[in-house]
Write a protein that binds this ligand. Sequence first.
Ligand SMILES: Nc1ncnc2c1ncn2[C@@H]1O[C@H](COP(=O)(O)OP(=O)(O)OP(=O)(O)O)[C@@H](O)[C@H]1O
Length: 271
Amino acid sequence: MLTIEHLTLQLPYYAPWWRRRWAEVLSDVSLELHPGEVHAVVGASGAGKSLLAHALLGLLPEPKRQTGRLTFHRQVLTAARQRQLRGRELALIPQSLDALDPLVRSQRQVSWAANRAGDARANAWQAAGQALTHYQLDERSKQAFPHELSGGMARRVLVAMAHVSHAQLIIADEPSVGLDPQQRDRVLDALAALARQGKAVLLITHDLRHALPIAQRVTLMRQGRCVETAFASAFQGDGDTLATDYAQALWQALPDNHFGVTPTAQAQNVA
Ligand SMILES: Nc1ncnc2c1ncn2[C@@H]1O[C@H](COP(=O)(O)OP(=O)(O)OP(=O)(O)O)[C@@H](O)[C@H]1O
């Protein structure tokens, strides 16, 4: 559905005496996303994950130097096409909950997203109500302002906005950040449900543990580069099928992965 080929991005910064220099913030990034798949992009803070998301949506700041090729449904994703598809075929679940209008109730915000995607007003209101119910928000939450919602509820309102947009590609930027485990699992389940409907979900997170339960493939990013793309199933045991030392080290550093101990061996140990 989406192909990123050799995407390189430079953004300006200013050296002393206002001399403009260019910093390479994405270097030769390539990856593919398929319908019905959750593809996680995992990396530490500053790895370039959000810039990658913004490049896909055509939301990068100017001036910039960008090379490489983006294709969506086999057509080149030009700036004009990105403008046309944003909020329709391409949806963003942003990192910040400030994306919600503080003066507008949940259902109204979701119905606006449906409107933007082309639903007539009456349909949009109904679709918004159904989507919010689908993500387990009750009648009170539907009529609540953002400050009356918990972090997890507010994130599910953002997921509902992506849901009603009929987007084929959904980019979720750190959707699990700052949530308790129960709320986090609900949000991640909601994203997995979108993929089961045949949509492609690009899940951006700094925490591999949040990606593995729902992703089919994982791309690890570091300092603007893709280090490795692996099937989520490769993150098991001692991770010896992972191709790079970085991926293996990241996996083995997780506190609760029981690396090197298969479930059977663990059971025997307990016995
Ligand atoms: N507008 C900008 N101009 C110049 N540099 C930028 C700009 N936006 C981001 N950067 C730099 O690009 C790098 C990648 O930023 P990005 O926001 O994509 O990281 P990230 O992986 O999403 O991090 P986080 O998990 O903290 O959100 C960082 O070093 C950042 O300082």
